[in-house]
Design a binder for this molecule. Sequence first.
Ligand code: PLP
Ligand code: PMP
Length: 522
Amino acid sequence: GSINHQSGPVDLSHHINSKSKARHPSPLKEIIKFMGYDGMVSLAGGLPHPALFPLEQVKFNCLTPSASLSNDRKVGSAAADPLSLTIGRGSFPGDLELTQFLQYGSGSGNRQLIEICKELTERVHAPPSKYDCLLHIGNTNAWAKVVGLLCEDNDMVIVEEFTYPSAQALWIPLGIKAVPVSADAEGIQSKKLRDLLVNWDARSRGAKRPTVLYLVSVGSNPTGVTISSQRRREIYDLCVEFDLIIVEDDPYYFLQYPGYEPSSENAVFQPKATEEFLKTLIPSFLSMDTQGRVIRLDSFSKTVFPGLRMGYFITNPVFIERLLRASEVETQDPAGLSEAFVLSLLSRWGIDGYLTWLQNLQFQYQTRRNWLLDAFYANFTVLPAANSPLPKAQGLVACVENKADGGLRPVFSFGDPEAGMFVWSKFYFQDVERFSEIEKESLEDPEQAFADELWKAWATELVLLTPGSYYHPWQGADKVSTKARGAEPRTAHFRFSFATPSEEQIHTGVKRMRKVIAKYWG
Ligand code: PLP
Ligand code: PMP
């Protein structure tokens, strides 16, 4: 294959797929520059007259960056220190002029907002190669546009062993398939990735060697894993060597926090100075991208709110130009009121204020992670995996007492996430009598059959987990069995989310889960 060791920017235009290459700018965009000529009477534009818009002013009541988000905060109650933003026009003035957000935009999003996103990018990632920014309507659609930029039908895309299902569901009708690479506590394994690339056989695989690597690199959905700095370097170097584009789908980047310490009571939020805070964040792939081969997808969904439908692409200018061509005809600018709100909020907070808000959120997710792990410690005997006989356990193992011999029986292993909203767990079925019965039925996938039964038993007790099977790499529309995936026999995964429930609900939920476990693991 093409081996490439150049360290400066390289021409990556060969990655653009044939459909994206064939996109043309709308001819209407050509005529816009003439509209700005002195004295021009334009009988050309199809923009509705702003006098016809039925909105004059909007007011947003917001929180301050370090507002108390403590568990007893009542949503919508009068804050001691509310922040009021006003956006208006004509005789309803405001902090921003409203009409520009009600009118058609250029397709790339509001200029001022793009500048803020770039400034934030400089502060946080300081990308070493030339980049540009384009607003988008959330990472879901941003990823669809990236697939529309890079992938041909029936290509293969490299993903982590367990990955975000909506990213995959998008490909099914395109005939694209996932190529999973196994991961450990530091993320996707670079040695395995290298083996895959070196040994790729297009004929037996039925597809050319993949050129796209899709990663949820911080607080992964579903595994909670953040790829380590060392691993990131190795992966980036492989992508240079084998000419891969890295798509960094990173909605949880700012939700990084320290590891769990049992019984760390009643901490209170104390923001750090911005520069100190920034040093605690793991370097992104973008921050090490000397060649311009990273496409970073940032989203405001987890940092402001998902209903905004807003985020931004950061990547090399050649890719941005093609993504803009797609945005012009697929989505246009993000919704004007969302842009107006984010621009006025970030202008008022300032970048430092926003970074303080993000620390405030971090602290909340850290607290919620603690609630869940506290509940595990309260309901199980939790041991470091190193002290257990399990071969490929995650960091910690939750055990129950074995009534027969008084020893401990491992039930599930889990990782302590240091980012995001999820705890990923691996359940061990080897000692479960009911599982042995199912095995005797010689079903195609006894692990999945028992995982389904367990899931239903939990749901009957009114506790819901996400089945691990949602996150298996999809090979077309078909689910792949435990055996065919090469997964460890007699195990299955489940995802816990600690994003929404209260502390009390988390404790109730884990207790209910424990009750079902007692029945099966006895
Ligand atoms: N990508 C990943 C990995 C996610 O976990 C999520 C949502 O949780 C999304 C994308 C969706 O993001 P958005 O709301 O920005 O479309
Ligand atoms: N719906 C959509 C469209 C989402 O983007 C998300 C967040 N990923 C969800 C639902 C919640 O999904 P999950 O529980 O997997 O995070």
